[in-house]
Design a protein around this ligand. Structure first.
Ligand code: ADP
Length: 200
């Protein structure tokens, strides 16, 4: 079956992780951040080493191992009961990240909405990332060159991903606003989607 899915999309530091985590606490919603799946790997595991090799340079991990790891993670969450595909919404953040990943997940994801978080204030984003580097010990947030590289990779990839989905599914959200305002906007749309899904 294809998973009923909400995609969170936005530049590093735009706040998709914050919103995803909150949505994931609502019963009937399962949040999966691809970056967290990578960060939870042991660094002496080949996949953990592959992740560090790419993430430390601000680059994306190659698509095949990424999708493979992500699928295994979702299957494990399903087996453990954390995610119930029949009942739950899947809230994804950080995946699919380019056009090829969209294609690879075409038969797996039934995308009902894509929230595109935009933050025009570049200084604010860099500041959020540097604060996170200290708090969460993230090697890819600590260095300004790596941050810039990730923002560049994001610019290129984001346009191609957004273009893969019907315009009516894409919701632009201004994430320069405080998290509560952003959350309220997202929840209004999600509540509507949920009501529609319940009557289908
Ligand atoms: P951010 O959105 O702040 O860049 P993430 O936690 O989403 O942070 O990603 C951190 C790193 O993990 C990325 O720079 C990349 O190396 C790797 N990564 C995460 N998701 C993917 C993905 N879907 N495809 C390839 N690499 C990924």
């Amino acid at each position: 079956m294809r998973y009923k899915t909400i995609l969170l999309f936005g530049a590093p530091g735009a706040g998709k992780g914050t919103q995803g985590k909150i949505l994931g606490t609502i019963p009937g919603f399962f949040h999966c951040a691809c970056g967290d799946v990578f960060r939870n790997l042991r660094i002496d595991h080949p996949m953990g080493r592959l992740f560090i090799e790419y993430a430390s340079k601000g680059q994306l991990v190659p698509d095949e191992p990424t999708i493979n790891l992500w699928s295994k993670n979702i299957e494990a969450a399903t087996m453990h009961g954390a995610f119930n595909p029949e009942r739950d919404w899947l809230v994804l953040d950080g995946i699919p990240r380019n056009q090829h990943q969209v294609e690879m997940l075409r038969d797996t994801l039934d995308v009902r909405a894509l929230f595109f978080l935009t933050c025009s204030d570049m200084d604010k984003m860099v500041e959020r990332l540097q604060r996170r580097a200290l708090r969460e010990n993230r090697l890819d947030d600590a260095n300004l060159d790596v941050i810039r590289q990730r923002l560049e990779v994001y610019e290129i990839e984001s346009k191609s991903v957004i273009g893969c989905y019907e315009k009516s599914l894409v919701h632009h959200i201004d994430s320069t606003n405080p998290p509560l305002t952003v959350l309220r906007e997202i929840l209004e749309i999600v509540a509507h989607l949920n009501a529609v899904a319940a009557t289908a």
